[in-house]
Design a protein around this ligand. Structure first.
Ligand SMILES: Cc1ncc(COP(=O)(O)O)c(C=O)c1O
Length: 365
């Protein structure tokens, strides 16, 4: 279904590129400036990797292994590859073909079901669309055929909600009891230390493996990492090669990922705190916030109007003020739509009230 006309999307992109303020994510430099800045972060110790071995990629993998306290790490071009490769390894290891996925999993919604079509595994859907997974959702799984389960935290499709720590520990124990591997879709894991009040390594310790992303919260160009045991990473390396995910070098992606980690990881608590203040400022606007009390530095806004209607207002407001008050809606029905907001360095240069007032003014047009 086309939610928004191509014309409006193009106009939005043009306005976004030259906006004086925008609420979503980090400042995005133009390509030349971005590469110039990244080149300044290269040190004399850095060298190219060769097919993912040595040089800057090995140094960065080691840095990540230390951060998450895992045995090993593999930098890959995409999370789509990282997670499917991990699941394939677990299937081979356990001799079981099913993977347990929440209905909002990226593997189901955004990967054309590669896990089945390309990797030959089976999916057992578990849990309810709008709710985080709890141990009660595990009853329907058949432990005898389930190789692994993916838990995403925070859960992007439901506004960044997170399973509780006590549910995670119960789930871990259940998986251990049944010989099922527990994998973390940690695309946005960087935001979660505030909620769990635990360092990344302690969160990671609940899982057999983790995937993390570098181009969302960390503002990199692209790229992902898979973290886990030496054995898993050795096998995933082979699967990545088979799948065409082992180019001669990934050094530009690694440079950007490393710069993003250095720049944004320590700012995450500030972004989370700002998100809470912003949502408090938004309470009287004609919209609903999901979750009502955001738990990380992202949330969804639900509107009682079509995506096309809201997009037209956002574009018109940007035309008059130079301010992008909302990203374009990413889902919706005929009469409702949803915008996803991730707080980064663009929003926080203004007081939360600045955004609340401009959003209200945009909606009132
Ligand atoms: C939750 C989640 N998992 C996995 C992915 C896949 O990452 P990639 O785009 O690097 O394949 C994404 C990307 O948006 C994501 O949001």
């Amino acid at each position: 279904m086309t939610l928004i006309s191509d014309l409006l999307k193009t106009r939005f992109d043009e306005l976004h590129a030259h906006a004086k303020a925008a609420i979503h994510r980090h400042q995005q430099l133009d390509m030349a400036d971005e590469l110039k800045l990244l080149s300044q972060s290269i040190t004399s110790n850095d060298s190219r990797d060769s097919y993912g071995r040595g040089g800057i990629i090995s140094d960065f993998e080691q840095q990540l292994s230390q951060l998450f306290s895992t045995q090993s790490c593999l930098f890959l071009p995409t999370g789509t590859l990282a997670q499917c490769a991990a699941l394939k390894c677990y299937s081979q290891l356990t001799g079981r073909s099913y993977v347990g996925l929440h209905p909002t999993s990226h593997l189901l919604l955004h990967e054309h079901r590669a896990i089945e079509q390309l990797w030959g595994l089976n999916v057992a859907e578990m849990g309810t669309y709008n709710q985080v997974l709890t141990i009660d959702d595990f009853g329907k799984l058949d432990p005898a055929t389930t190789a692994a389960i993916i838990i995403e935290t925070p859960m992007r499709e439901i506004g960044g909600q997170l399973p509780s720590w006590s549910d995670l520990t119960t789930i871990k124990a259940w998986c251990k009891e049944h010989g099922i591997k527990l994998h973390l879709d940690g695309a946005r894991i960087w935001q979660t230390t505030e909620f769990y009040q635990r360092p990344l390594a302690e969160i990671a310790s609940l899982f057999d493996s983790i995937y993390v992303s570098f181009y969302k919260d960390l503002g990199g160009i692209s790229g992902a990492a898979l973290l886990g045991s030496d054995k898993l990473i050795d096998q995933a390396r082979v699967w990545a090669r088979r799948a065409g995910g082992n180019p001669i070098t990934l050094y530009p992606e690694v440079i950007a990922a490393r710069a993003g980690l250095n720049k944004y990881l320590s700012a995450m608590p500030q972004f989370v705190d700002y998100t809470r203040q912003l949502c408090d400022a938004l309470r009287c606007a004609p919209l609903s916030i999901v979750p009502a009390n955001p738990q990380v530095a992202m949330f969804h806004l639900h509107f009682d109007m079509s995506a096309q209607d809201l997009a037209a207002r956002i574009v018109s407001y940007a035309q008059h003020t130079g301010i992008i008050v909302l990203p374009l809606p990413r889902s919706g029905s005929k009469q409702t739509c949803v915008c996803e907001i991730s707080i980064g360095d663009r929003a926080v240069v203004h007081q939360p009230n600045y955004w609340a007032e401009h959003i209200q003014a945009c909606l009132a047009q």
